[in-house]
Design a protein around this ligand. Structure first.
Ligand SMILES: *[C@@H]1O[C@H](CO)[C@@H](O)[C@H](O)[C@H]1NC(C)=O
Ligand SMILES: *[C@@H]1O[C@H](CO)[C@@H](O)[C@H](O)[C@H]1NC(C)=O
Ligand SMILES: *[C@@H]1O[C@H](CO)[C@@H](O)[C@H](O)[C@H]1NC(C)=O
Length: 190
């Protein structure tokens, strides 16, 4: 063997073998007791805020990024994809106190009626929620009085979050397309 392999190659092979056995000997998962993460008491939180989807004017917070050649020919704008960084405020007025932002996208995903696929994170910036996020993934039939979307997870104070968000259109300017939506979000988290 020594004849075939030169010294540096030997060292590399020994190093690789050592590396591989080290990886194999360390388990990649382990069981945790309740105490170890101190996740014992599940909390319930209700959040209430207004979502401003500003598509018109000089400072839009939601922009179109894609559409199909057939999008305009459908009543539901099928294929339209928008990316948003929409303000979340305490009250419905645009100048109301900002508590977070809704960052993500919505895509028209229903051939017949207005039905958006919502994929977004609420990023909170206020009080004990500051820095924490909640992730939403759901269907939003925007013309329905109350829409419900699942909360699929969260970070920060919302780790392990699950729950639901209910949306009600507060005001809609059909000329500009700007919409204010009232949200009630109910979450279980630790
Ligand atoms: C974790 O818990 C399960 C179920 O109690 C048990 O079967 C498994 O062996 C445990 N794993 C480790 C790494 O302790
Ligand atoms: C669809 O309509 C919008 C708004 O009227 C327009 O800006 C866009 O160019 C149209 N797209 C196509 C593919 O015709
Ligand atoms: C939120 O957290 C950031 C980063 O830690 C900090 O700079 C900011 O002042 C905090 N905002 C509020 C309203 O507490």
């Amino acid at each position: 063997m020594a004849k075939i392999l030169h010294k540096p190659q030997f060292i590399i092979i020994i190093f690789l073998l050592h590396f591989l056995t080290t990886i194999h000997s360390k388990p990649f998962s382990r069981n945790l007791s309740e105490k170890q993460l101190s996740f014992k008491n599940e909390k319930q939180t209700h959040l209430h805020f207004y979502f401003h989807d500003i598509v018109a004017g000089r400072h839009p917070t939601a922009v179109k990024v894609a559409s199909a050649t057939t999008t305009n020919a459908t009543r539901s704008l099928f294929g339209l994809v928008m990316v948003m960084d929409d303000p979340l405020t305490v009250g419905p007025e645009p100048e109301s106190k900002l508590i977070g932002r809704a960052q993500g996208m919505y895509a028209s995903a229903d051939l017949k009626e207005l039905g958006f696929l919502m994929v977004l994170n609420y990023y909170f910036m206020e009080g004990e929620c500051n820095g924490s996020t909640l992730s939403i993934l759901g269907r939003n039939a925007a013309l329905t009085a109350v829409r419900e979307m699942p909360v699929v997870g969260g970070t920060g104070i919302f780790r392990f979050a699950r729950g639901y968000a209910q949306a009600k259109t507060y005001s809609a300017d059909y000329k500009s397309g700007n919409v204010v939506v009232e949200y009630d979000v109910f979450v279980l988290h630790y």
